[in-house]
Design a protein around this ligand. Structure first.
Ligand code: UD1
Ligand code: UDP
Length: 347
């Protein structure tokens, strides 16, 4: 039976992998998961494996908390060892983190075909670590699963047309499953004493907002101003928690909480009035829950959310006229991905 080797490491990758793992099993493919260890706190990792029924990783490489070169390099070395031992027929990677690029490079150098879920996204800002990871991962992939039409066009502009499939967004698949599960299992709104329809959800963690203290202060000031209008609840990424602690900041009016699991996040989003974020995933999830979003960045890869009036950059005042977005599919992106992988391996 063909063997798929899936490389995961960071929170958004667990969330994307959940429906794909189930779909691979449905089409009869065998999957072995390697966790690079990039995210390691229980609330950044284990909780998603438990809540979303993701198969337990066969390996944990325990590489984390390092600079880009050291992190990517150590992952590359350990992933190569694991791939040599497992001899997979295909390596599956997700998104744009250091775990993604390490998985892509390790496989490419061993001549193992790579399948990239969430291919073709571009911010056109090469100062972002994620942008470099995306470009390199896409250029060594044999199968490129695009969540949007813009992503397909971006790949075309770089000369990548073979193996490109517009399949929709696997995060939409995850959201649909989570909304059902969250009902009756998540009590976060009651626990936090929030009024349904009377609060906003915020998250901040991107390097561009957390590496430069002056920029971070502007982001915090923006959130404090928003909190004067509506209560803001903010699950805090460990990177941001460290920064708040080291700078002795306690933003006024924000309810800061530990990172939450996916079911709690789905329930929080389902009753929120707004989302303020620099997260890629949350920009789309805001739309999935039909909640307007303000993206605290100077550009976004998810251009259709802005064009359809559900998202705006904090640098722009108004939303475009609102309409539905058709790109993300109907919750069956994972099934399409599994079928394309099975077809490639059958050839
Ligand atoms: C990474 C990704 C980013 C993605 C984000 C998702 C890269 C270059 N960046 O950023 O694209 O949006 O994940 O959340 O891959 N930490 C903990 N506990 C954890 C995880 C992290 O304390 O469970 C700390 C680390 O020790 C480090 C900091 O958070 O000090 C940043 O972690 P790192 O994995 O380097 O990058 P992220 O900011 O999480
Ligand atoms: N998320 C979560 N709990 C949190 C914060 C985020 O479950 O406390 C989910 C969020 O709903 C989305 C994903 O994590 O599905 C986004 O991950 P993150 O913002 O860390 O990374 P990005 O998408 O920016 O790469």
């Amino acid at each position: 039976m063909p063997e798929i080797f899936t490389v995961l490491g960071a929170r958004p990758q667990f969330i994307k992998a959940a429906p794909v793992s189930r779909a691979l099993a449905r089409v009869g493919l065998s999957e072995s998961i390697v966790h690079t260890g990039q995210h390691f706190d229980a609330l950044m990792s284990d909780i998603f494996f438990d809540e979303l029924d993701i198969p337990k990783p066969a390996y944990n490489l325990e590489v984390n908390s390092l600079g880009h070169g050291a992190m990517t390099g150590r992952m590359l070395e350990k992933l190569e060892e694991a791939m040599l031992a497992e001899k997979p027929d295909l390596v599956l990677i997700y998104g744009d983190t250091n775990s993604t690029i390490a998985g892509a490079l390790a496989a490419a150098k061993l001549n193992i075909p790579v399948a990239h879920v969430e291919a073709g996204l571009r911010s056109f800002n090469r100062r972002m670590p994620e942008e470099i990871n995306r470009v390199v991962a896409d250029h060594v992939s044999a199968l490129l699963f695009c969540p949007t039409r813009a992503a397909v066009a971006n790949l075309g502009a770089e000369g990548i047309v073979k193996g490109v499939h517009a399949v929709g967004d696997v995060m939409y698949d995850t959201t649909l499953a989570a909304v059902k599960r969250a009902e009756g299992r998540s009590t976060i709104i009651e626990t936090l004493g929030l009024t349904p329809g009377g609060y906003a959800v915020a998250t901040i963690h991107r390097a561009e907002n957390t590496d430069d203290p002056e920029r971070f202060d502007r982001v915090v000031a923006w959130l404090e101003a928003a909190a004067r209008e509506t209560p803001v609840v903010m699950p805090v990424h460990p990177r941001t928690r460290k920064l708040l602690a080291s700078r002795g900041l306690n933003p006024a009016g924000l309810t800061l909480i530990d990172p939450v699991g996916y079911l709690d996040m789905a329930r929080l989003l389902s009753r929120a009035t707004a989302v303020f974020t620099d997260s890629g995933g949350l920009q789309k999830e805001a739309y999935f829950h039909r909640v307007p979003c303000v993206t605290l960045r100077d550009e976004t890869e998810w251009v259709e959310t802005v064009e359809a009036g559900w998202n705006r950059l904090w640098t722009s005042k108004d939303y475009a006229p609102r309409r539905d977005i058709t790109d993300y599919g109907s919750g069956d992106a994972a099934t399409s991905i599994a079928r394309h992988i099975a077809d490639l391996l059958a050839d």
